[in-house]
Write a protein that binds this ligand. Structure first.
Ligand SMILES: [Zn+2]
Length: 145
């Protein structure tokens, strides 16, 4: 008899991990669906109608985190931090060739920092003409990558 075995038998760790991964995937799908509806399947930057495809083309429907997932992990599934955009504009946003700007009064606060709110109108400016950058994005103490 194995007296030291715990009862009931613990869930195998692989099952825990699989369940957690499934929850995260579902939460992302839900979040993405909300953003798609809110933005009416149009790129927030160039207004073009996007299409859902696996092909890497400029019209491809993609989603951009205004503040990167690593910089603000708590906003990873926050629709206020996510934009519906086309593949073309997404790559410009990712390469910081375009900057997001909005009205200061529309910003929201999370963990004591202020962020642009995608629920409100935003505009996008080429990097060289941006009037200021969201300083929270470039905080010195935060790892950036
Ligand atoms: Zn676009």
């Amino acid at each position: 008899m194995s007296e030291h075995r715990s009862f009931p038998k613990p869930t195998p760790r692989v099952e825990d991990r699989t369940a957690k991964r499934r929850d995260v995937a579902n939460a992302w799908l839900e979040c993405r669906a909300f953003v798609d509806q809110r933005d009416r399947y149009r790129c927030r930057v160039c207004q073009r109608q996007t299409m859902r495809t696996l092909t890497l083309c400029a019209e491809r429907a993609e989603h951009h985190h205004i503040v990167g997932r690593r910089i603000a992990p708590q906003l990873r599934l926050d629709v206020r931090n996510i934009l519906h955009c086309c593949g073309g504009c997404h790559s410009k946003l990712t390469r910081h060739e375009l900057y997001v700007e909005g009205r200061a009064e529309d910003m929201f606060t999370s963990d004591g920092r202020r962020f642009w709110n995608a629920d409100y109108p935003l505009h996008f400016k080429p990097a060289e003409s941006a009037t200021f950058r969201c300083v929270t994005t470039y905080s010195v103490t935060q790892p950036y990558g």
